[in-house]
Design a protein. Structure first.
Length: 237
């Protein structure tokens, strides 16, 4: 029987094309009365603090960001900026052209699928509207779990919700947040997506020393799963 019973994916840069901050983030900074460069710099250096969800809801988190940037906008401006940031992150998100077909094929072959993402409040809000949403059996968001990769809690939460052991799962990601070595430490197998567009991807704490399997495109995960099926199939007598 197949070694893998589920394939779990990183979201940004894996199921999506490379991510860079677009013009919408400048609009958010403007609403807050904050210089765009200052706003972006604070977002970069506080990502993991924000992605744990421990700063409160989206409005409380953005007000905390304002304090780090040295601005104190009125409540109405903060509320408007929350909506603006939601639109900005959504605009930065473009699914890979083979994301839907890869997930659909995996499910057709009887495997479970899911997402494990380091993210802030925006992704859980808009992922249900994406074409991949009906193809995911489990969605694990750091902002809801209260931990970021490579903490094993994220991977083990996914396993628990699927009713599977870690060794039953393959994890696929671009390598940000030390996610690949984190998945392996949690007991999973892991593979790195190294699609050409990822040279421009916004990434934090990358798995620079990764020497495991590497995929050139998202759909190559199907070949990796097929190889495991072939290995597991008994030889004819």
């Amino acid at each position: 029987m197949p070694r893998f019973q589920a394939v779990l994916f990183d979201f940004f840069g894996t199921l999506t094309r490379s991510v860079q901050r677009g013009a919408g983030h400048r609009d958010t900074a403007r609403l807050l009365g904050c210089p765009s460069d200052t706003f972006t710099a604070v977002l970069d250096r506080t990502f993991y603090q924000r992605a744990t969800g421990r700063l409160g809801n989206a409005e409380a988190t953005l007000r905390w960001v304002c304090a780090q940037a040295g601005v104190d906008p009125p409540d109405g401006a903060v509320r408007a900026a929350v909506a603006s940031r939601h639109r900005a992150v959504r605009a930065d998100t473009r699914l890979r052209p083979d994301a839907v077909s890869t997930l659909a094929t995996l499910r057709h072959r009887g495997l479970r699928t899911g997402v494990i993402s380091d993210c802030t409040h925006e992704l859980p809000a808009f992922l249900p509207d994406l074409a991949i949403a009906p193809l995911l059996d489990v969605r694990i968001f750091s902002v809801q779990v209260g931990r970021c990769k490579p903490d094993p809690a994220l991977y083990l939460t996914a396993c628990r919700r699927l009713g599977l052991a870690p060794e039953d799962c393959l994890y696929v990601g671009d390598g940000g947040s030390q996610e690949l070595t984190g998945a392996e430490r949690a007991g999973m197998r892991a593979a790195r997506l190294a699609a050409p567009d990822l040279t421009e991807h916004m990434v934090f704490n990358a798995d620079l020393g990764w020497n495991g399997p590497v995929l050139g495109s998202l759909s190559e995960v199907l070949d990796l799963v097929d190889a495991e099926v072939t290995v597991a199939r008994p030889l004819p007598a």
